[in-house]
Write a protein that binds this ligand. Sequence first.
Ligand code: F6P
Length: 532
Amino acid sequence: MSAAAQTPALQAIGLDASRLLGQFSPIILSNRAPVEPTSDGRLVPGAGGLVKALTSLANAMKAPWVSAARTDIERELAVSGRPLNSDIDPDQAFPIFFAPTGADAYQLHYTVVSNPMLWFAHHYLWNIAIEPVVDQAIYRAWFDGYRVVNAAIAERALSVARKLPRRPLFLTQDYQLYLAPELIRSALPDAAMQHFIHVPWPEPRYMKVLPAAMREAIFKGLLANDIIGLQTSLDVHNFLRCCVELMGLRVAEAEGVVLYGGRLVWVRAYPVSIDVDAMRQLSELPRVQELEAEVASWRPEKLIVRVDRTDPSKNLIRGFLAVERLLEDHPEYLGRVTLWAFLQPSRQDVVAYRQYLDLVRSTVDGINSRFRTGTWEPTRLDLGEDIHRALAAYRSYDVLLVNPILDGMNLVAKEGPIVNQRSGVLVLSESAGAHEELGTHGLSINPFDVEITAQAIHRALEMSPSERAQRSQAINQIVTSNDVARWIRHQLEDIRSLTPPLRRRSNGLDARPNGSRKGRPTGYVRAAGRWG
Ligand code: F6P
């Protein structure tokens, strides 16, 4: 990832951050750390779009990052209190602090509440005739897992924040940390706080599947922030409706604001994006070229690619079924096209995810045994975590299949077109957040409709070179101008203009963090005294 060090986007983020955040010391909070130490002493980038997007800001600002300790190595670091210095870019490394979490509490937090409970709620993934069954086990996981991990992260973030030179700006990420902001607000009432939610926000009736006590705690936690960021305007709309219908709050929908506890909480859409130059630089690394040559050695005339985590929301099975339909309807493509799914195994400690991967494997086996001839297979399944291989896949596709049931954004839809070398066509689910920006230039599909998906793939395969070029240029243009720097700039501009100023205190001391009234004041106390 070091190729990303000095891209124009990173420079722009650095400039924007010093221009807009001069009064703040930002601190990022997420469940998973941006890089994770392995037992053989390496650091690997954490999974998912969140990490990619936020690393740019952390790099530019050298902002400390606080995450839950998920492994024994991380637990040791958490107990020592020492940060891990990310070597994503040795010149601009930022410290990563781990919050101490017991293995049992973390397991309840991650495998029972965050995934599947909250993730499934956000993506409408339950078969609600029979699930979820909210029972003692779920309540226990909520109290002994989710709340405990949120409290540990809040506490570690507070201790890091108290040593920062300026007013802390807590940038909390995603659904695993909904309760942390309320704990932070009660300890540091004058902190600036923004929470970005990377997943889709469901409509109020679906949120009602969650027990009232849990969803109320979620809203109270989130509404402790000054600003809540979501991916799309539909997510903002749904969130505001939930505030009205589930919490009885007053909102001004046109302004995107909720009145809560005498404060204004702003709710805004910021579509997450990528560092375009970093992506291009990475895609030109010799290792990627080697892997691209390897792909060329086995690929048939046409290659359909998908790159995803093995998550039920990604709709992997219907993707394979669509290729089966394509081959039934268009036997002229037998031997000429393959769907290559390069999948990153995800959340294999959650039963539903293990079962889903089994189903993916058996679907692939079924289709391949029906159609394979000689060395040709209609679908190819590779499991692994390898950015270079993913980039080789992106460069090589004729069709990029992005058909999630529902997705906050889906960065594959932005990354693929940026590095692809064949004017490949994007087949895009109308329910991916990326559809709001890219839908017109991709081929839109209803992700549940296998017939339509098969037809869209066929249309993409048959499309004239000029139409392919025109569509891929249009997507490139949109992604290039709405890149990660813009995503961050819009958030920083709002933080600067919408976060209430530090309140003037009669004795000048009220802004002091808990427990710091005696002795030498910490950085934040000094700043609050000077600026308050
Ligand atoms: O982008 C959504 C997200 O859930 C992030 O919060 C998370 O870091 C990423 O996907 C990967 O998920 P996990 O950390 O559960 O593997």
